[in-house]
Write a protein that binds this ligand. Structure first.
Ligand SMILES: Nc1ncnc2c1ncn2[C@@H]1O[C@H](COP(=O)(O)OP(=O)(O)OP(=O)(O)O)[C@@H](O)[C@H]1O
Ligand SMILES: [Mg+2]
Length: 445
């Protein structure tokens, strides 16, 4: 993409309504525009990152064997009356009436709808295990939408639902989700810690939230610092292997890590004092085992291997796709702007032409642009007639992790400059070497 032809409405002024860095930076970098309270348009740059985050979520869900589909945003109230949640949900649910006076709602989540789909088509344990998921817009009429996409009213969520014949199999589904989530967040350059959260009516260890540590997070968290040393890395996991998934879950759930809902000072006191951490975090996902809570009232049963009709065991598992953009920025920015991890960056590499209109500089930039694209990379070439300072400021603000700077002086010596956004370090090298280096950096993402 050439910047002169792109739509990147960066703001010079810091928007006064934004209280936290990610909100400020998303507005300043021209990623989003508020449409109304808690509802945003995704401008081209923001949309690109949103799609990248979504792609990673899809890839990791499918790696775990989960099946993608798509359910509508509008749902019939009748389904929610069956589970009893139509009345229970409260004012967060946006209720709508159509021209035929039928009650609809804008879905805040999809347990009822997926259970209805399941009961209509599945009747035997032989079809199980099965996990279906979608990535779809949700609406929750939050009392206080704030912090930009972090707490929106309309937001994009991945929500997945497992259907299993018994408890053990459903717990494996729970574990499989935890493993796939660990890998998902790490690919986005995030450390998201699974923390024991408020247990539902089932009780026990049946729900974990994933939290990204950040001062501006809305949740209060308590953890053993040993958990932040764990990395998932490039493990080759067999998602059908119950023991293997359970062992990974054990690894991540053994160190103390809880939100304030489940925090227990007496248990926390057993953590060595120098490893006790009290901090804040952003909830970027949650996994939940809830057994037969929906399958029983809604009649989602299967025939088991004994020929008996049993309600299926279910769980639901969510990732805050749009909130993740805010969380990534909170975790990765500086005074000059965003610093995108390679896994989600909107463009792989910036090209800054220090002297637009200079024949040699222009042709070197064109050469780099084509060479990077040939390697399957997506460069953003700042080809505007602008001062060098303004070009650097834009690149720093929008946070591309790598930048190649091209100027007549360097070209006389046959070199361009490759700069890391994260460290600020620059290195001179030939244009060919710069292209190879950038290609090599992205070969692992
Ligand atoms: N209003 C919102 N704006 C953006 N993302 C959200 C919002 N509410 C929930 N999410 C994201 O969707 C994920 C799954 O939804 P879940 O039902 O667990 O939310 P929740 O626990 O009600 O969230 P919260 O406690 O932050 O209100 C959450 O972990 C979060 O990342
Ligand atoms: Mg939650």
């Amino acid at each position: 993409m050439r910047l002169s032809r792109y739509f990147l409405p960066v703001l010079k002024e810091t928007p006064s309504e934004a209280q936290i860095a990610s909100h400020r930076l998303m507005l300043r970098a021209g990623m989003i525009k508020q449409a109304s309270a808690g509802i945003y348009s995704w401008l081209p740059l923001g949309y690109k990152v949103l799609r990248n985050v979504e792609r990673i979520v899809h890839e990791e869900q499918q790696r775990a064997g989960h099946i993608p589909m798509l359910m509508p945003t509008l749902q019939s109230a009748d389904l929610w009356r069956e589970s009893g949640r139509y009345d229970a949900y409260g004012p967060e649910m946006l209720r709508i009436r159509d021209r035929h006076e039928r009650d609809l709602l804008f879905g805040p989540t999809n347990e009822e709808m997926i259970t209805d789909i399941f009961r209509s088509h599945v009747s035997s344990y032989k079809s199980l295990p099965m996990t279906l998921y979608h990535i779809q817009w949700k609406f929750r009429d939050e009392v206080r939408p704030r912090f930009g996409v972090m707490r929106g009213r309309e937001f994009l969520m991945k929500d997945g639902y497992n259907f299993d014949v018994d408890y053990d199999s459903a717990i494996h589904a729970y574990n499989r989700h935890m493993v796939s989530y660990l890998r998902t967040y790490e690919r986005m350059g995030l450390k998201a810690i699974p923390m024991r959260a408020e247990s539902g009516p089932i009780g026990g260890d049946d729900t974990h939230e994933f939290l990204v540590l950040a001062e501006t997070g809305e949740s209060e968290v308590f953890y053993d610092s040993a958990i932040t040393d764990l990395t998932f890395g490039d493990r080759d996991v067999d998602y059908d292997n119950r023991e293997e998934c359970a062992a990974i879950v054990k690894e991540w759930t053994t160190p103390y890590a809880r939100t304030d809902d489940t925090h227990d000072e007496s248990v926390f006191a057993e953590v060595p004092e120098d490893r006790q951490r009290r901090s804040r975090g952003i909830e970027v996902g949650q996994i939940f085992y809830f057994g037969t809570k929906y399958s029983e009232p809604m009649g989602a049963t299967v025939v088991n291997d004994q020929g008996e009709h049993v309600p299926v065991h279910m769980g639901s598992h969510g990732i805050g796709v749009s909130r993740l953009l805010g969380a990534i920025i909170e975790a990765s920015h500086d005074d000059n702007g965003i610093i995108w991890p390679e896994g989600v960056t909107p463009f792989d590499c910036g090209i800054v032409n220090l002297k637009q209109g200079d024949a040699e500089a222009d042709s070197a930039c064109e050469g780099l642009y084509h060479a990077l694209r040939k390697k399957g990379l997506e460069p953003l070439y700042d080809d505007r007639e602008e001062r060098a300072g303004a070009k650097f400021a834009t690149m720093d603000l929008i946070g591309l992790p790598w930048r190649i700077t091209v100027g007549p002086r360097g070209l006389k010596n046959g070199v361009v400059e490759l700069t890391s956004r994260r460290t600020g370090e620059s290195e001179e090298m030939s244009p060919e070497a710069a292209v190879d280096r950038v290609a090599q950096i992205y070969s692992g993402t």
